[in-house]
Design a protein around this ligand. Structure first.
Ligand SMILES: Cc1cc2nc3c(=O)[nH]c(=O)nc-3n(C[C@H](O)[C@H](O)[C@H](O)COP(=O)(O)OP(=O)(O)OC[C@H]3O[C@@H](n4cnc5c(N)ncnc54)[C@H](O)[C@@H]3O)c2cc1C
Length: 265
């Protein structure tokens, strides 16, 4: 890849790259198939957290019963990814590298403060998810680098979480989606809230204004109403062919409301 000076592209599941080739959006001079790299296919679960190899497929995540305990928010999000056939081929690394602002895994990565391990000609490095996504289909990857792994911090068993998204049809990219979690403090109030949104900006984003509402509060109707309003106020999406900006602003509030209700139930 390095020898091709930015003109080479790795191929993972092909579920985004092949359509891009078909539409001539991508015209690489070389395609490098990663499928024979078995070491990129591992799911590692340890006390320190969960690591998914870049070639782990959506189906592998849904089939691994350990992940439902080790990272239930991740599994809840992946259940919304695309359709059966695409989940059989699409991969973790392909989704991160493709960086669709409405994709679930980038949203979970940013919300959970995951770290993305990459490898290139000048060696290995690790990039914080918050620094990895630079805009629609844009990342911090250099042309000769591939993603090798994504690492999630450990997930405490008592943690409360919710994942909600709205798409016109099951499996379509979300018009808007929310991933959130919080831990409980000794007085029964929420602490350590992490709230992320997809489909409402040029990349997945955290919603610190919503996190401030949730932290230190009991998750009741009053808190949920405040969080909903804070979410709508925090984003400023434009209009596109799928939805108007005002609609998305309203929708993100509803997603926060539903995710908090589900987390606290
Ligand atoms: C109809 C349809 C609906 C979909 N709906 C959703 C959805 O709801 N949610 C969602 O998240 N996704 C959705 N997808 C996308 C799907 O999840 C893809 O699997 C994913 O975006 C790309 O993964 P892939 O393995 O197929 O990557 P590929 O298509 O093989 O590659 C995508 C890009 O990533 C690069 N790449 C791949 N692997 C690496 C790596 N290890 N390191 C560096 N670069 C790499 C490629 O060069 C290419 O630029 C949908 C796709 C389709 C066709």
């Amino acid at each position: 890849m390095a020898a091709h000076h930015g003109e080479a592209k790795p191929l993972a599941g092909g579920q985004s790259l092949v359509p891009m080739l078909a539409f001539r959006v991508a015209t690489p001079s070389l395609i490098v198939d990663l499928r024979k790299l078995d070491e990129l296919r591992q799911i590692k679960i340890a006390a320190g957290g969960v690591a998914l190899g870049a070639m782990v497929r959506w189906r592998d995540i849904l089939d691994d019963a350990r992940l439902r305990i080790a990272h239930p928010l991740l599994v809840a999000a992946v259940e919304h990814v695309a359709h059966y056939q695409i989940r059989n081929r699409g991969t973790v690394g392909g989704s991160l590298a493709h960086a669709d602002p409405a994709a679930e895994l980038p949203g979970i990565a940013v919300t959970c403060e995951a770290r993305i391990a990459v490898l290139g000609k000048s060696g290995a490095r690790v990039i914080e998810a918050a620094d990895f996504f630079r805009g629609p289909l844009m990342t911090a990857l250099k042309p000769d680098e591939i993603i090798t792994e994504i690492r999630f911090p450990a997930w405490p068993q008592a943690r409360r979480f919710g994942f909600e998204e709205f798409a016109r049809r099951q499996g379509d990219f979300a018009l808007a989606g929310v991933a959130l979690f919080y831990d409980g403090d000794s007085g029964g109030k929420a602490a350590n809230a992490h709230v992320g949104a997809i489909g409402v900006a040029d990349r997945p984003v955290r919603l610190p204004a919503v996190e401030r509402v949730v932290n230190g509060s009991t998750i009741d109707a009053v808190t949920i109403a405040k969080a909903e309003a804070a979410a709508s106020a925090a984003i400023d999406p434009g209009d596109d062919i799928h939805a108007g900006g005002a609609y998305r602003k309203a929708l993100i509030g509803v997603m926060v409301e539903r995710a908090l209700k589900s987390a606290s139930a």
